[in-house]
Design a protein around this ligand. Structure first.
Ligand code: PRP
Length: 213
């Protein structure tokens, strides 16, 4: 009997796409689709249990080895660092990190230290360090777009998907910071201990992704 694997899925948009992928791989995801208040869902026709979690927690569970695998956005991976294997780009959840400013503002045309509002301080810090630019980073928890409007910040570093949020708030992207999509991550110890089971699962994912190209 093969060892059951445990996977942490990011709740919300990535959860829906993950379930679509699993169904296409032949996994019966009905327990995840009507979860009720249950937190762990056994896949009836494959040795896999799924846990639904917020993106940063997906990384925490995989890093601690209580989940063998996880599906999480590259945005969270870039922000939180990594001590896990990133084994597959799943090709969904595509968006980008961008630097955006108020329409008409000249971000680079001043010598004063710019203030950058973001939910992703590590991503923003790395971006400006690479440029050799000294900036003040202000961590915001909610709608970052408010910060330039309220003149708290000169620019934001945030996720842009359709660009609608920026447009509707009079902001424009001026530079791409990083591309984002959902990734399959694996705990390194699990990779050694449950190699056969993990290889089977990863191969099935890969085969399904190849069919999509
Ligand atoms: C993200 C991001 C932007 C918005 C961009 O927020 O912070 O506000 O999406 O999307 P758009 O380019 O399609 O308009 P999200 O909706 O993920 O909510 P969050 O504030 O919980 O991160």
């Amino acid at each position: 009997m093969s060892q059951r694997l445990r996977i942490a899925l990011t709740k919300g948009r990535l959860q829906e796409k993950s379930v679509e992928l699993f169904e296409a791989m032949g996994l019966d995801c009905s327990p995840i689709q009507s979860p009720g208040r249950r937190l762990v869902h056994a896949i009836p026709n494959y040795p896999l249990d799924a846990v639904l979690a917020k993106a940063p927690d997906v990384i925490t569970y995989v890093e601690h080895g209580v989940c063998d695998l996880g599906i999480v956005g590259k945005d969270t991976i870039l922000e939180q660092g990594r001590s896990f294997y990133e084994v597959l780009d799943l090709g969904f959840g595509k968006c980008r990190f961008a630097l955006a400013v108020k329409q008409g503002s000249d971000f680079y045309g001043t010598y004063k230290t710019r203030r950058i509002a973001t939910k992703y301080p590590n991503v923003a810090r790395t971006f400006f360090e690479k440029k050799g630019m000294d900036v003040d980073i202000i961590k915001i928890e909610g709608s970052v777009e408010l910060a330039p409007i309220l003149e708290l910040a000169d620019a934001i570093v945030d996720i842009v998907e359709t660009g609608a949020t920026l447009r509707e708030n009079g902001l424009v992207p001026i530079e791409d910071v990083a591309q984002v999509s959902a990734r399959l991550i694996v705990n390194p110890a699990s990779m050694k201990l449950h190699k056969t089971e993990l290889t089977d699962f990863i191969n099935r994912c890969e085969r399904e992704l190849e069919c999509r190209v």
